[in-house]
Design a protein. Structure first.
Length: 463
């Protein structure tokens, strides 16, 4: 199996005028366990041609949700398969189910900024900075998918460049250098494949889906003349068109900057995932497939794409986990530029719990009841719910509890959000409360280890 060489920088890609080179591209086939396998009979040449177009289209749709790989995670609705075998693209989704992911695989997904000088359809459109960077792990052993968001402002050191932001890696050395850099930051994790998507794809995808419903937590206004981006959104739950959805995903005009963008992208992923399964969108899949292909660059093979679709088709909602790379903002007196400074202990915990990577040094269990930072957001119709829950937590021995601004989008069920990726602590807390669900994402309060977003079910519990 061909893998990106994350151990050496001797063969760095100098530009993106040609595909990034893989370490063993000219070597004998690897004896490692292959990523994808199949018990199906070999397809005909005509079927394989259709299969290739469909598989590439599915991965394109997956990646163009700001690189958030949503379509890889979708169950296939019953009745979608055409009766006319082999000849229709939708039937190939079923045809591809003969393939399976044979071992855990890690895929680097990047949404690439616009390159003003790039001709439409040229490889130059993939040579910009990475606006979005995600590491996706598909694990067939646990039937789970983990998604790590890496803030674009994360501080790294690049060869012959020095200290810079991680979003610069793709510009300097293409997907190869980006993969090696991410591997170096994340405890040497092996990166098997990459997917790069032009941000031009996102608006078209959302428009073809008929828009996407999201909750906009605050008025958003921001202008980026270099990217020809003007953001002007009102607060509240609403259906956004393609241009508005891009504005929501890329907004940087609050105190959280790039980290707020990561949180909104995770929220948008949930909404897009829901939208892609709706009856109104399913008939549009063939046109989506055709339209999105020009926006993607990947070293995934056809069989691997189909195996990933198959893995996502079997995935349950609870087995999809998202987390953001733990860290902090740099202070003005540390560096001239603003960086996201990775927290090593938090990184090690995330890599162990989400990617099964042993830490470089033993983890220290600092998240005891006393040390755990718990933020409470009231999303219920009971104005006293946050203070009531705070008193309950203190009685249970959690002393580092604080209340933040109410969450305006009211909800019926309480969320226990593993903000910094500590799923074990979140699960223990949820069990002690006896209500709500554990959410594996980073959409809560940035200063917390765990955010509890209180729903109306707390009122029943408190009685």
């Amino acid at each position: 199996m061909k893998q990106i060489d994350t151990k050496s920088v001797q063969n760095e890609a100098k530009s993106d005028s040609s595909p990034p080179q893989l370490a063993n591209q000219t070597q004998k086939p690897s004896k490692q366990v292959p990523l994808a396998s199949s018990k199906s009979l070999p397809p005909s040449s005509a079927a394989k041609s259709l299969q290739k177009a469909f598989a590439l289209g599915i991965v394109t749709i997956a990646s163009t949700t700001i690189g958030l790989t949503a379509a890889l995670l979708l169950p296939l609705p019953v009745g979608l398969v055409a009766k006319d075998k082999i000849t229709k693209p939708l039937d190939l989704w079923q045809f591809g189910m003969g393939y399976r992911v044979s071992r855990p695989v890690n895929i680097l997904v990047m949404g690439i900024d616009r390159v003003p000088t790039a001709a439409p359809g040229s490889r130059e459109i993939f040579s910009g900075r990475s606006d979005t960077m995600l590491l996706l792990r598909v694990d067939p052993d646990t039937d789970s998918i983990s998604l790590l968001s890496i803030p674009r402002d994360t501080q790294v050191e690049l060869p012959q460049v020095g200290i810079t932001k991680i979003n610069d890696a793709n510009v300097r050395g293409g997907a190869t250098l980006a993969a090696r850099t991410v591997s170096g930051v994340l405890s040497g994790v092996q990166i098997d494949r990459y997917v790069r998507v032009s941000t031009e794809a996102f608006k078209e995808l959302v428009d073809r889906m008929g828009g996407v419903e999201v909750y906009v937590p605050q008025p958003m206004f921001y202008e980026d003349k270099t990217q020809k981006l003007k953001i002007d959104l009102s607060a509240g739950k609403q259906v956004l068109n393609g241009a508005q959805a891009e504005q929501f995903a890329r907004f940087r005009g609050d105190d959280l900057g790039d980290i707020g963008r990561v949180q909104r992208q995770q929220a948008l992923l949930k909404a897009l995932r829901k939208q892609l399964t709706s009856p109104s969108v399913i008939p549009r899949i063939p046109s989506l497939v055709q339209a999105m292909q020009k926006y993607i660059d990947t070293n995934l093979t056809i069989e691997e794409m189909l195996a990933l679709v198959s893995a996502g088709r079997k995935l349950g909602e609870g087995n999809f986990k998202m987390v953001m790379l733990p860290g902090r903002f740099s202070s003005p007196d540390e560096f001239r530029a603003s960086y996201w400074i990775m927290e090593s202990a938090g990184r090690d915990r995330v890599m162990q719990q989400y990617f099964n990577i042993d830490p470089l040094s033993p983890l220290v269990n600092g998240d005891s009841s006393a040390a755990l930072r718990i933020s409470i957001q009231n999303a219920s119709r009971n104005p006293n719910a946050a203070s009531q829950l705070s008193q309950r937590l203190i009685a249970l021995g959690f002393s580092n509890v604080f209340i933040t601004s109410d969450w305006a989008d009211k909800q019926t069920q309480t969320q226990v959000i593993a903000q910094r990726g500590d799923l074990q602590a979140a699960q223990v807390l949820q069990q002690q409360l006896g209500l709500g669900t554990v959410d594996a994402d980073s959409t809560g309060d940035l200063e917390s280890d765990i955010t509890i977003r209180v729903g109306d079910d707390w009122g029943k519990q408190a009685k």
